[in-house]
Design a protein around this ligand. Structure first.
Ligand code: NCD
Length: 311
């Protein structure tokens, strides 16, 4: 991999497959059953310019479970960002302090900009409505753990326009031969340039507005939150808020093995009565953020997991 992870194009299919295998081997360490201080002495900078629970905490957990350490930008109000410091200057600081940094930023392209400014590897923890490649690693891991393969019928639902998780995931899944169904209202449809890109690389894509008719053939339903914060106008948000909701009663005709995923946080897309069905995979998915990021960090620092953990 290039040193930085900005989009899934920075990883080859072979590297992705190797990361998924490594992640599986790291499960006992992620759960705290064994302590593997493979990254002792390494320091990660958590640079979050937008809210985050899972991405920030799972990177921190991953680093600490591997004996490494983390420094956080912390609340924006208590950083020099409020004094008008530029992203460039802030990233130059972390470049000196840390061995690797994760950046989440509201502006699309910010991660690439930071990577150009820094010598240390920059991991894109979400850039506006752009990409979220480390989420994709944990999403792929979750699908692989459940189904043993990635060439499946995957239905992505909700805000496909502003949702960065589905941008990165659709790219990756198409490379592994998945059939993708995109379900969104016209105002939130998958951007044309992404669809064209996916089709150009041979992806099999179906576009629809109807969730219910697409449930029976799905192996994976990937629900997303309507990205309220990215709407230029609150009225536009209100027109589509709450448009797709999945509840236990909708699951009558689904495949037994079908899993429901969500990058979280959910608002009202998945009713809590789905949580204790065998289809709900979103909490496991969130936990998988730890192993997937552990595998990625080891890879970045050149740690050979097979040698350390065995076959
Ligand atoms: C997602 C994000 O930030 O893009 N959250 C996450 O990282 N798990 C999804 C979202 O905010 O809707």
């Amino acid at each position: 991999m290039a040193d930085d992870l900005i989009t899934m194009d920075d990883l080859t299919n072979e590297q992705i497959e190797a990361l998924l295998k490594d992640a599986e081997k790291l499960l006992p360490a992620a759960k705290g059953d064994v302590y593997l201080p493979l990254l002792e002495g390494k320091l990660l900078g958590n640079m979050f310019f937008e809210p985050s629970t899972r991405t920030r905490m799972s990177f921190e957990t991953a680093m600490k479970r591997l004996g490494g350490n983390v420094v956080n930008l912390g609340a924006l109000a208590s950083s020099s960002v409020t004094k008008g410091e530029t992203l460039f200057d802030t990233m130059k600081m972390v470049d000196g302090y840390c061995d690797v940094a994760v950046l989440r930023h509201p502006r699309q392209g910010a991660a690439q900009y930071a990577a150009d400014a820094c010598d240390i590897p920059i991991l894109n923890g979400g850039d506006g409505a752009g990409h979220h490649p480390t989420q994709t690693l944990l999403d792929l891991f979750t699908i692989k753990q459940a189904h043993g393969k990635l060439n499946l019928n995957v239905v992505m639902v909700g805000d496909l326009r502003y949702g960065r998780t589905v941008h990165s995931l659709s790219h990756a899944l198409s490379r592994f031969g998945a059939n993708l169904t995109f379900i969104a209202p016209p105002a939130l449809s998958m951007p044309d340039e992404i669809i064209e890109d996916l089709k150009a690389s041979g992806a099999n894509i179906t576009v629809s507005e109807d969730l219910v008719s697409n449930l029976p053939s799905a192996d994976v339903i990937y629900m997303t939150r309507i990205q309220k914060e990215r709407f230029p106008d609150e009225d536009e948000y209100l027109k589509v808020a709450g448009i797709y909701k999945l509840s236990r009663k909708d699951l009558k005709d689904v495949k037994e093995s079908m899993i429901i995923m969500h990058p979280l946080p959910r608002v009202d897309e998945i009713h809590p009565n789905v949580d204790n069905t065998p289809h709900a995979a979103y909490f496991d998915q969130a936990f998988n953020g730890v192993v997937a990021r552990m595998a990625l960090l080891c890879f970045l620092f050149g740690v050979d997991i097979s040698k350390e953990v065995g076959k």
